[in-house]
Design a protein around this ligand. Structure first.
Ligand code: NAD
Ligand code: DAU
Length: 361
């Protein structure tokens, strides 16, 4: 039975990945989820799996060498899937330091502990051990407004925000371990994810939540920045396929070929909310395009992201399965059915964050 060490499994993509893996492998795998539970980590996301015999949660910081080394010492870990990170660009602009701490130093700790646990006396690595570093397309910088321009695995790194700079640094560390020690790893660089359990600081859940509450919908700049949206379960599947079928030491880009301007996404969300809300539901009156408010642009706002997922398709056979129209309906349905989750996520510290972030916009 393979044992997985998943970092950041209480966050958005990590929790979706854990659900995907138990759906796919059932009792044939064991997952240890290490998460320190920052504002973005939420054990509610894992309620459905918490009582499984083959699931363990450990609250620990990935920067804590002793805690991570102890997990490796006490378990024969076969796979590391490293999600844990500070993930929100706006927060990185306001407070970059924690991004360096978690994303760079935390990744170094994960690499060191895995290397120490997996290395043989002669410097080779135990058979079958694999580390997958989950990264982002933002490391490649920004593309022009040209629908034929894409990010490839060979595109030079050119990060702009403190978040993407910290992720680029962590990618470089993984590359250094692969080049120097032949450390058995892969890197995946994925585009924007959406779906259940996404924290409402991010564009799609923020807009769904604000619209349902009749609150302003803050669109940065001219609203024409382009993102390439991928349904989160498709990302989870891609990660598993890369780890099991990909060539070691390679990078794979993961993207949805679903590039849309932010304002287009927002209009789709508002139209879909109107379609899905039943007649007589008081929220139907609140959801309105009049709420759209253009606000001051994000500092250093990357214009356009677009992944060419050619390599992962050719070598591994992965393709996005969920069309945006279907994915956004599933996402909205999930938020309809999980109002308490949203209420809990947006209470307390989120209010303070929202005030600080949007009050002068
Ligand atoms: P998230 O912010 O929702 O979750 C991050 C998780 O990491 C949280 O559970 C948090 O508690 C945990 N964490 C943070 N610091 C930690 C620490 N020091 N020790 C242990 N746990 C810690 O993030 P997400 O959107 O799920 O992103 C997961 C990963 O995927 C990140 O590495 C991110 O860079 C990458 N990624 C995200 C997207 C996206 O669209 N969200 C796209 C591509 C890549
Ligand atoms: O591309 C992958 C990246 O996607 C991940 O690596 C990051 O972890 C993830 O947060 C995401 O980054 P973005 O900055 O693209 O996502 P965000 O949801 O913050 O913003 C999406 C777009 O919407 C972006 O152009 C900024 C804009 N935006 C965002 C917010 C929160 C607005 O116009 N208004 C808003 O209030």
């Amino acid at each position: 039975m393979r044992t997985y060490l998943v970092t950041g499994g209480a966050g958005f993509i990590g929790s979706n990945y854990i659900h995907y893996m138990f759906k796919k492998y059932g009792d044939d795998i064991r997952i240890i989820n290490v998460d320190v539970l920052t504002y973005a980590g939420n054990l509610e996301n894992l309620k459905a799996v918490e009582n499984r015999d083959n699931y363990t949660f450990v609250r620990a910081d990935i920067c804590d060498k002793e805690a991570i080394a102890k997990i490796f010492a006490e378990n024969d870990i076969d796979r590391v899937v490293h999600f844990a990170a500070e993930s929100h660009v706006d927060r990185s602009i306001a407070n970059p330091e924690v991004f360096v701490q978690t994303n760079v130093l935390g990744t170094a700790v994960m690499l060191n502990c895995a290397k120490a646990a997996w290395e043989n006396a002669d410097g080779t690595f135990k058979e079958g051990k694999k580390f997958l570093h989950v990264s982002t397309d933002e490391v490649y910088g920004s593309l022009p407004d040209d629908e034929n321009a894409f990010f490839y695995e060979t595109t030079p790194y050119d990060p702009h925000s403190p978040y993407s700079a910290s992720k680029a640094s962590s990618d470089m560390l993984v590359k250094a371990y692969m080049d120097t020690y032949k450390f058995p790893a892969n890197i995946t660089n994925c585009s924007n994810n959406y779906g259940p359990y996404q924290f409402p600081e991010k564009f799609i859940p923020l807009m769904i939540n604000n619209a349902l509450n009749g609150k302003k919908l803050p669109v940065y700049g001219d609203g024409k920045n382009v993102r390439d949206w991928l349904y989160v379960e498709d990302h989870a599947k891609a990660i598993d396929m890369v780890q099991e079928q990909g060539k070691l030491f390679e990078t794979y880009n993961i993207g949805g070929h679903n590039e849309k301007q932010n304002i287009q996404i927002l209009n789709i969300i508002l139209d879909t909310l109107q379609e899905m809300l039943p007649e007589g539901d008081p929220r139907k009156e609140l959801v309105s395009k009049d709420l759209i408010t253009y606000v001051e642009d994000r500092k250093g706002h990357d214009r356009r992201y677009a992944i060419a997922p050619d390599k992962i398709k050719a070598e591994i056979g992965w393709e996005p399965e969920t069309m945006f129209k279907e994915g956004i309906r599933k996402t909205i349905q999930w938020y309809f059915e999980n109002e308490d989750w949203m209420k809990n996520a947006t209470s307390g510290d989120y209010q303070k964050y929202y005030e600080a972030m949007y009050s002068n916009k």
